[in-house]
Design a protein around this ligand. Structure first.
Ligand SMILES: CC(C)(COP(=O)(O)OP(=O)(O)OC[C@H]1O[C@@H](n2cnc3c(N)ncnc32)[C@H](O)[C@@H]1OP(=O)(O)O)[C@@H](O)C(=O)NCCC(=O)NCCS
Length: 180
């Protein structure tokens, strides 16, 4: 697959590409840094080979350094974000937004009209990121997921109607009740 996106002004040029088996060890390390129950390289490989699944990595141009990744599934016109994680030292630099933006482009190409995801209720960073891309809360599942401290948390189910057009990602300055 060609690179989905190769432009990013700060902090350096980066691109989004499909993950390769040689990446899985690094992806597992990044995943473990973001979740109480991290996925092994083998689990990432098995999930990535599932029907309609892709794992997209965001990497530095020239350096090849992987900043983060996102795993998504698109089946029968419906998309799901299975996970997203950015390495801790690279968070809050716009990489999560760049990855999500490229993934929405991938969903559009795969004709997914509606995108869904689940996120722990206490995950302010992720919920704010998703809201900024137009995702809305459509439900809640009690004790469904492990929070970042490992304790059982309610999960928010969020959805986005991609077939109604993709909202522009709004940078800081717009109103957002979830942001301190
Ligand atoms: C959630 C996560 C992927 C965000 O990645 P990131 O690269 O830090 O996000 P970005 O820098 O692209 O930020 C994009 C927007 O997200 C929001 N955001 C990111 N981090 C935030 C934080 N700590 N608090 C509040 N909002 C935050 C902001 O709205 C930000 O836009 P702005 O800077 O213009 O206001 C990252 O924090 C992460 O990997 N967390 C651990 C794994 C995880 O929780 N994944 C989500 C599971 S559903």
């Amino acid at each position: 697959m060609p690179n989905l996106k190769a432009t990013n002004p700060l902090p350096g040029a980066s691109l989004v590409r499909e993950a390769e088996p040689g990446d899985y060890r690094v992806l597992a390390k990044i995943h473990s840094s973001g979740f109480a129950t991290g996925w092994t390289p083998e689990a990432i490989g098995n999930l990535t080979s599932g029907l309609g699944v892709t794992s997209l990595v965001l990497a530095g141009v020239g350096t090849g350094k992987i900043y983060g990744f996102l795993m998504a599934r698109s089946v029968a016109g419906e998309g799901e974000i299975l996970t997203i994680a950015i390495a801790p030292e690279h968070r809050q630099q716009g990489f999560g937004a760049q990855l999500l933006d490229a993934t929405l482009g991938w969903f559009e190409k795969s004709a997914a009209g509606a995108i869904f995801l689940e996120v722990a209720c206490d995950n302010r960073a992720a919920i704010t990121l998703y809201r900024r891309f137009g995702f809305c809360e459509i439900g809640r599942r009690k004790g469904y997921t492990n929070g970042q401290d490992g304790a059982k948390q309610d999960a928010l189910r969020m959805g986005l109607h991609l077939d109604q057009g993709r909202p522009e990602f709004a940078r800081s300055g717009t109103s957002d009740s979830a942001r301190d």
